[in-house]
Design a protein around this ligand. Structure first.
Ligand code: IVH
Length: 668
């Protein structure tokens, strides 16, 4: 394996890298790598040092956390050091931690407090005779920066405590910015041509460490207190949980989501729940801190190096990473929108490899100052599509190229148009092959005509082979044409033909949606289907007729008239009609439908179908769909992990349906 000198070299290299990134992160508030990449460096170093303790030096970054405070602020010595936390990246590591400490406590029962690990900035607050006298950053844990003036601007930090507070008290907590506050700050910075903050944590750190407290005061910083450093003059409780309740009674802000558990499976369930639901939080949390509740047990477990044995940070999978922006591609949408997208050096984020990501539009690219060749921060959060957040300006070499939007459609060459007040450039040519293909994919998709067996691939193949030039051509396909395509056997082909046949009798609302008229989504399609009942009436509707439909606005109305005024579109409708596609609502669709007059709200994750599909189903059966539970709600359909809607429904006495009950209801 490694020779000693190779090993020493690697350790040296890791230390240099880690020190460099520490400086960028803690002192300059401008990290150049993601937390996950940093953790990986630190872990590698920890492992190597663990295997070769003789190579550990007192100045190794594993021996201290953080970096020197900047001299511009005064220095504060922490009488009780601010510790760091050992990390667990997998459930198994947490189990191993539990096993270790159980052994040390010889099997004594333990309680645990779970707290969200806030992704902000650690601070220490010292009160003497009830007055806030010092606010400090954590710094290296022993010495931090004096940022009292800045912290006094944080409204959730009490400046004065009640009279019965301990004579001297030091508490610790995390200062953070909410996601909406972060978005607002970045918007203002973009408008003022200032570089953007990559995430709320950097924005919070940048705000707290402002030399001018007036700037800090304009940032809506917030705090959660999670620990007590020391208290004099008052007995303190015997557990962490009670300590937090006590601090709350003194006026400190404690996270209401903290929870007390009596066993590890419950702790694991809490962690797993927040892995899935973290996106719903109004602030960034990067993990869960699990703490042994009893302070006596904490004392007996003690500290190893800088980490207390009595606590562990269970880390969520990272949602940001850095990579290179190799190029910017252009995609033409089904309504002609010109969508730039990032072509990235593949990078793993939040458990998936990201190669491409949306760039929204030209304005957004320039607002964020993203250049081709830049190292960029990529974010992938929950179900949301990956996004390029910001460039890492410090990594520029000067070779980067500013993106220029093409003036012509990359597919058909038509000159692009940009309407006043719109951010998207568009290809105005409705016959543009790229648009037609996108439209075809939309037409056959599940929410539209739902032609089983004909996905994007087959639609593309048919289009490329010239067998389908518009959506109506789908209904003129036959065995022979389909068998001529690559990898189309008889069985698949007859299944596809079967699906095409079935799709002819889809509800009218689906057809309207499938036509891909701009601004007509599945909900507006539904309104149109009810109001006009067949394609002739819809095609003949005037702007006023359309505007008279509740829920149809001027943009949608105009888009419908424009659509039916076009000769190509009229021809497509004729072809659909000739092929036998049903272009009218059935009586039951309009009046006596099974769910008429009933209003549904769907919450939580369903197993058998997506929420959108469930809602489409309800509408098809004549029911209404709401987004929140009110007195008008007939049923609340509850999937896995329902949120506050379930509580509301219980409070209102609304009928609650499990997914199974819902499926039974819609299959009758
Ligand atoms: S406890 C020994 N609790 O995570 C206990 N830390 O490495 C040390 N953090 O920068 C900290 N939320 O600021 C604790 N609920 C929480 C926390 C939390 C965030 C941060 C802390 C520090 C890092 C610990």
């Amino acid at each position: 394996m490694h020779t000693t000198s190779q090993l020493q070299q690697r350790i040296h290299q890791l230390r240099e890298q880690i020190n460099h990134h520490n400086q960028l992160y803690y002192v300059l508030d401008s990290p150049q790598i993601s937390d996950a990449e940093y953790d990986q460096l630190l872990r590698e170093l920890e492992t190597l040092e663990g295997e070769h303790p003789e190579l550990v030096t007192p100045d190794s970054p594993t021996q201290r956390v953080g970096a020197e405070p900047v001299a511009a602020f005064g220095v504060v010595e922490h009488p009780v050091p601010l510790l760091s936390l050992a990390k667990a990246f997998e459930a198994d590591e947490m189990k191993a931690w539990h096993t270790r400490i159980s052994r040390l406590l010889e099997g004594e029962p333990m309680d645990f407090v779970c707290e969200l690990k806030m992704d902000g900035l650690a601070v220490s607050l010292t009160y003497i005779d009830g007055l806030l006298v010092t606010g400090a950053t954590r710094g290296d844990g022993y010495r931090g920066e004096n940022i009292t003036q800045n912290l006094k601007t944080v409204r959730s930090i009490p400046i004065r405590l009640p009279a019965d507070a301990p004579r001297q008290l030091e508490v610790r907590g995390e200062v953070f910015l909410s996601k909406p506050a972060f978005a607002k700050i970045n918007k203002e910075r973009a408008e003022a041509d200032q570089p953007l903050f990559a995430n709320p944590r950097n924005a919070a750190a940048g705000s707290v460490r402002q030399l001018d407290p007036r700037i800090t005061a304009r940032r809506p910083l917030d705090i959660f207190i999670y620990g007590l450093g020391y208290a004099e003059g008052q007995p303190i409780p015997k557990t962490h949980w009670e300590t937090m309740q006590y601090l709350k009674s003194l006026g400190f802000k404690i996270n209401p989501l903290n929870a007390l558990f009596h066993d590890i499976p419950s702790v694991e369930a809490f962690c797993q729940r927040w892995v899935e639901k973290r996106e719903k939080l109004p602030y960034d949390a990067d993990g869960v801190v699990v703490k042994v509740n009893s302070l006596d047990q904490q004392n007996r477990l003690g500290i190893v190096g800088r980490d207390p044995r009595w606590a562990i940070a269970f880390k969520f999978p990272a949602t940001q990473a850095t990579t290179r922006l190799l190029d910017i591609g252009i995609n033409v949408g089904r309504t002609g929108s010109i969508n730039p997208y990032a072509i990235l050096e593949p990078v793993s984020v939040g458990g998936a490899v990201v190669r491409r990501s949306t760039l929204h539009n030209e304005e957004d690219i320039h607002r964020k100052d993203i250049r081709i060749g830049d190292t960029v921060i990529v974010q992938r959060a929950g179900e949301v599509v990956p996004e390029v957040v910001a460039p890492v300006v410090g990594k520029r070499t000067g070779e980067e190229k500013v993106f220029e939007m093409p003036s012509h459609c990359p597919t058909c060459g038509s000159g692009l148009v940009k309407t006043e007040g719109e951010v998207m450039a568009r290809c105005p040519n409705a016959a543009c092959p790229a648009q037609v293909l996108e439209l075809l994919k939309h037409f056959v998709s599940r929410g539209a005509m739902d032609i089983d067996g004909m996905g994007e691939k087959l639609a593309t193949a048919l289009f490329n082979a010239g067998l389908v030039k518009d959506m109506a051509d789908i209904y003129y396909l036959d065995m022979e044409k389909l068998l001529g395509l690559d990898r189309m056997g008889e069985k698949v082909t007859s299944h596809v033909l079967d699906s095409i046949e079935k799709s002819k009798s889809r509800p009218f609302t689906r057809i309207i949606f499938a036509l891909g008229i701009r601004y007509i989504g599945s909900e507006t399609a539904d309104l149109l289907a009810r109001a006009f009942q067949n394609i002739e009436k819809l095609a003949e509707a005037s702007l006023d007729d359309l505007l008279a439909v509740p829920g149809i606005g001027p943009k949608a109305a105009e888009s419908v008239t424009t659509f039916f005024a076009q000769e190509t579109n009229r021809r497509i409708i004729e072809k659909l009609q000739t092929a036998g596609v049903k272009l009218e609502a059935e009586a039951k669709e309009i009046r006596e439908m099974p769910l008429s007059g009933q209003e549904f709200v769907v919450t939580g994750k369903l197993e058998a179908m997506s929420r959108t599909e469930a809602e489409a189903k309800v509408r098809e059966m004549g029911g209404g769909v709401g987004s929140s539970v009110t007195k008008k709600t007939t049923y609340l359909v509850v999937g896995a992990d329902p949120g506050s809607k379930l509580d509301k429904a219980k409070a209102l006495g609304t009928n609650i349906l499990s997914e199974e009950e819902f499926l039974r209801l819609i299959s009758t």
